[in-house]
Design a protein around this ligand. Sequence first.
Ligand code: SF4
Ligand code: SF4
Length: 477
Amino acid sequence: MRFPLALTVKIARHIIKHKVIKRTPKFAMVLQLEPLHTCNLTCTGCGRIREYSTSIKDMVPLEQCLAAAQDCDAPMVSICGGEPLIYPKIEELVAGLREQKRIIYICTNATFMRKKMRDYMATVFTPEMEPKLQQLVAEKLITEKEVEAIRTADAAAKAKVVIKPSKWMYWNVHVDGLEFTHDLIVEREGVFKECVAAIKMAKILGYQTATNTTVYKETDMQEVEDMFKFLSSLDVDGHTISPGYDYDAAKKDMVKRLGRDPKEFFLTRDMTRKKFAKIEAWGKAFTIFGTPVYQEFLAGKRELTCTAWAIPTYNVKGWKAPCYLMTDGHYPTYGEMLGTVKWETYGVVNGVARDSRCEHCMVHCGYDPSGALSNKPRDTWINMKYNFGAKPKPFPASADLEKRAFNGVTIGKGHLAEAKAAINPAAGARGGFTRKEEEHTHAPVATGGGCSTGDTSQRDDLLAKIKANGTVTTKAE
Ligand code: SF4
Ligand code: SF4
């Protein structure tokens, strides 16, 4: 099976309960839970750390997070942010959501994953674990010193609530390309390498892993295919991929006043369809999460109507409406949001945008549930066939694939310091690695899939400066 049977059955039951038995007009499929917006990275164009810059240090109390999950009763909860592993009660949050029997995705930039997995090992250590520990050491995923700390963990460390491997939980690692591109996007060298190390360690320890990727207007789709091959060779359990999309009033204004082509600023529907021309082939070759109906939509073979209410977002300000991307308001309860928002004024129907901001949007959080909830028998059939179909085999690992993946700092293409220095000479090379809190205070921007955004203007600038400096070349250009 492409997806674990128990999870597929749980989701199918939820759909049948609401669509067939209760005939609920609108209901939640996935809760995007943002317990905080703080992050240890400052990715180029990240919508979250900018849109919520004034509440960047606020957190949703644990009880409120759990109550939000009960409130909307989505079978799946995607814990995102910010970086959710910074949330002080993340372990308790995961445990609480499991008590509610939810399927959990922890959307992370992976930089704290190995630490969390060491915490887990300390609680379950027995001498029988030695071979596994030695394997982790041999693969340089853990140090001898860390192994010793696991062996000698005190009672307090052993009693900690930890994130345990479970078929109901996925580490969902943010990966936007191969090493050079990913490190460029997250503005820190070595993050791609850490993602790979964390995924390898998770697989050895029996965790389920997934990745999420945002496609930008300059994303090289051949590189994305190589990325899937590489991640598949690591036996990653599934991948989410979504076009980035950014609606920004300032850009719209520039179009209007300066007559500039919108294509210069963000992914249009046409551009998205071209980028995703191979999505159905990828759906066959790799374990792509997302329905085949949504894949047809991305490939430009059909239209869908936005169902943003099915993937609601809850954060420090409440239930964010109408969607993960746009903020027209926050509501205290999911029910109040459902009842108050004029859903019929959003989305694109038969090619006509009901709200101009929705015109080019094809994002996962607006349209993937539309695929899952389609009333057409043919759509139900292809979705079932996809879910119950054989899981694609891992792509064979090879030295060549590994070489293609580690095409950045590993081979000496450490570019960020030079790039940042080119943009801000006064900051010097150091400026590429350490950013100050006030740099979060950008004008609000809308966001794309995962915690990333479709806003590419800053990165365009960065790439142009790198090119002008002649420091490196990249496919992403
Ligand atoms: S995109 Fe995600 S990982 Fe990057 S700064 Fe934003 S919240 Fe952090
Ligand atoms: S079409 Fe996109 S931007 Fe518009 S409401 Fe739906 S998800 Fe949000």
